[in-house]
Design a protein around this ligand. Structure first.
Ligand SMILES: O=C(O)CCC(=O)C(=O)O
Length: 255
């Protein structure tokens, strides 16, 4: 393995909190290239795209014909979209940090989960309620890590992520969740849990690593600029997707 890019304290904080930020990992000229590609693909609505109207989260346009009905939410299959995205997915810095966080040498990118450019557009972006990413993911072990690269500053105003530190260790009863596996905000026990949330503000080029069981949420973009975040999910090569599930639809990419 390469020498670690995270300090021992950062590695410990990931185990404890379920997330860690590597500041300024991505160089500015690469960010510019990534943003240009995203701008082009949004303008062309280059498939596969998920629209705000598809998610029907709080704040989404009601239907495709409503104002803002063509607002993109995610440019899907980011890995296949452009070399600049592929290169970053397998960059040495990402690989080394993931090897440290998993404590294992062989890592794969899942093409089935995240693998997208998250876009949050002014005017029509929606909020995401509290959830764990692995609610619909099917692997031998619920031990995956998502890598969220900020292609611009992320803060409360433009809908940055909020997380509940340490919540990746929780085991909650099914009754804590609604039908879509979001935490029910009406339950007193959930309200207590959510009180511990913090916002994860990121600077352009920062990279957030977070565990697939970490509870997180995000707000709407209330600014005048689109927010772009490139998000990939990884697992140890020995942690296999369950046959015939969505997690097994496309092969993992060893990095
Ligand atoms: O930016 C957001 O709204 C959060 C997205 C998110 O949490 C997810 O896709 O799992």
């Amino acid at each position: 393995m390469n020498p670690s890019l995270l300090s021992q304290a950062q590695l410990v904080s990931f185990q404890r909190d379920g997330f860690v930020v590597a500041p300024g990992l991505l160089e500015d000229h690469i960010i510019e290239q990534m943003r240009d590609v995203a701008d082009d693909h949004v303008a062309a609505q280059l498939a596969p795209v998920e629209y705000e109207v598809d998610v029907q989260y709080p704040g989404s346009p009601t239907d495709a014909k409503a104002k803002g009905g063509e607002t993109t939410r995610r440019l899907l299959h980011a890995y296949s979209r452009h070399e600049v995205y592929r290169n970053w997915a397998a960059d040495d810095s990402i690989k080394t940090i993931l090897q440290d966080l998993f404590g294992a040498p062989n890592i794969e990118l899942s093409q089935c989960h995240h693998n997208c450019m998250m876009t949050k557009h002014p005017g029509f972006s929606s909020a995401t309620l509290w959830h764990q990413d692995n609610r619909y993911w099917s692997f031998d072990e619920q031990n995956l890590i998502s890598v969220w690269t900020a292609l611009g500053d992320e803060n409360r105003e433009n809908g940055c992520l909020h997380v509940i530190p340490g919540s990746h260790q929780l085991v909650l009863d099914p009754g804590c969740f609604d039908a879509a596996k979001f935490l029910r905000p009406d339950l007193p026990t959930n309200k207590l849990l959510i009180q511990d949330a913090i916002q994860v503000e990121l600077k352009r080029g920062d990279v957030l690593f977070f565990h697939s069981k970490l509870f997180h949420a995000a707000g709407q973009n209330l600014t005048n600029e689109v927010k772009y975040s490139l998000v990939y999910t990884y697992h140890e090569s020995s942690n296999r997707p369950i046959h015939d599930t969505r997690s097994a639809r496309s092969p993992g990419i060893p990095i």
